[in-house]
Design a protein. Structure first.
Length: 240
């Protein structure tokens, strides 16, 4: 059987990097997308024979088209898409500018719409596919001072459910993962004291590691009967 081909967006650092490594360790061929962190992406590629890297700003349709064209020209099919790339922004609602809105929505939500649209044509043709969208618990419960971020993630979850219904008959599964507080650069502004306070609110009393999210991706890519779900991996932080 031919090896499965996976695209992971935002795979240079953090959660995406852990997902790319996990897939490579499990014999998938991974196209690890990056945008600004060329050095980290090259380091990842050097560590695995089955990781290929591709620079693209996934908030831009023309870049996404190039990423998908590159993958199909070289590997002929796409089995797995992990829409992971994302940015965060903390601001009071009344201080948010139109530029802030466009930046977060385009990077977090338009990218998922656009990448999925470009990839799914091949998946529908093959009647096979697994799409995993990186959401956030804030998409489920809303975060104070992170409203655009929360909106972008809630949009992703709605897309996940709609596409699970629309693409299920083509044997394509679509799910969201909603991480809680994960130890990556995205949270590097938090002090030790902030993190200790957050830990006290988490039933499992610890923050998550990128590998905790990669384990859920491993399960989802192997599973055959789960679709349309938003799976919170948050140590129980936001049980609802
Ligand atoms: P991170 O450490 O800041 O890494 C973000 C990744 O996204 C980087 O690889 C970055 O690539 C990539 N990226 C950003 N803008 C991009 C663009 N326009 N085009 C292509 N790639 C882009 O963040 P993380 O914590 O791993 O977050 C990954 C995902 O998990 C995000 O969707 C985030 O919202 C979600 N999440 C994170 C947490 C958390 O606590 N960390 C919680 C919930 C959800 P370059 O550096 O190469 O530009």
């Amino acid at each position: 059987m031919s090896k499965k081909i996976a695209i992971v967006t935002g795979a240079s650092r953090g959660i995406g990097r852990a997902i790319a490594k996990m897939l490579a360790e499990n014999n998938y061929i991974v196209i690890a997308n990056y945008f600004r962190s060329e050095e980290e992406a090259t380091d990842l590629q050097n560590k695995f024979d089955n990781i290929d890297i591709f620079k693209a700003d996934v908030s831009k349709r023309e870049d996404v088209k190039k990423l998908v064209e590159y993958t199909l020209n070289k590997y002929k099919k796409i089995d797995i898409l992990v829409n992971n790339a994302g940015i965060d922004q903390e601001k009071l609602f009344q201080e948010i500018t139109d530029e802030d809105w466009n930046s977060v929505i385009n990077t977090n939500l338009f990218s998922v719409f656009c990448t999925t649209q470009e990839v799914v044509k091949n998946m529908i043709h093959n009647k096979n596919g697994c799409i995993i969208n990186m959401s956030s618990i804030w998409g489920l419960v809303g975060a104070s001072c992170e409203s655009i971020y929360s909106i972008s993630k809630a949009g992703i979850d709605a897309m996940t459910k709609s596409l699970a219904k629309e693409l299920g008959p083509s044997n394509i599964r679509v799910n969201s993962i909603a991480p809680g507080f994960i130890d990556t650069d995205m949270n590097k502004e938090y002090s030790k004291d902030d993190i200790n306070n957050i830990k006290q609110d988490i039933p499992l009393q610890k923050i998550g590691q990128p590998e905790d999210i990669a384990k859920c991706v491993k399960w989802l890519v192997e599973d055959e009967y789960t679709t349309g779900q938003v799976i919170a991996i948050d140590g129980g932080w936001q049980i609802h």
